[in-house]
Design a protein around this ligand. Structure first.
Ligand SMILES: [Zn+2]
Length: 102
């Protein structure tokens, strides 16, 4: 369902949804699960087992993912990572995939 709303409202709403997801998946700490980084501007929701779950194209902080998680009532299997750790994890995953040519 598409509703008409002002862009600013949508942005605030998206921000709230993201904050809620971050709080839930960090057990209320709002910090990176790996390094403890605590600036929410650089925190995002990460799918712990990446397999078969591509969320990386155009994902800027995972707002869409936050909505999806909210809709699905916050299923398990996600964690909060800062962008550094997220990037490192992604890099290592790509290296693994690169090594095992299919
Ligand atoms: Zn981190």
């Amino acid at each position: 369902m598409k509703r008409a709303y002002r862009p600013t409202n949508a942005r605030n709403q998206a921000h709230k949804v993201k904050l809620a997801a971050l709080a839930i998946y960090s057990a209320g700490t709002m910090t990176c699960a790996v390094c403890g980084f605590a600036d929410i501007r650089a925190l995002s929701i990460d799918h712990i087992a990446n397999d078969g779950y591509k969320e990386h194209k155009n994902s800027r902080g995972g707002n869409n993912l936050a909505w999806k998680l909210k809709r699905e009532d916050y299923p398990p299997g996600f964690q909060v990572l800062c962008l550094n750790c997220n990037w490192i994890k992604e890099h290592e995953r790509r290296q693994r995939e690169g090594r095992s040519h299919k």
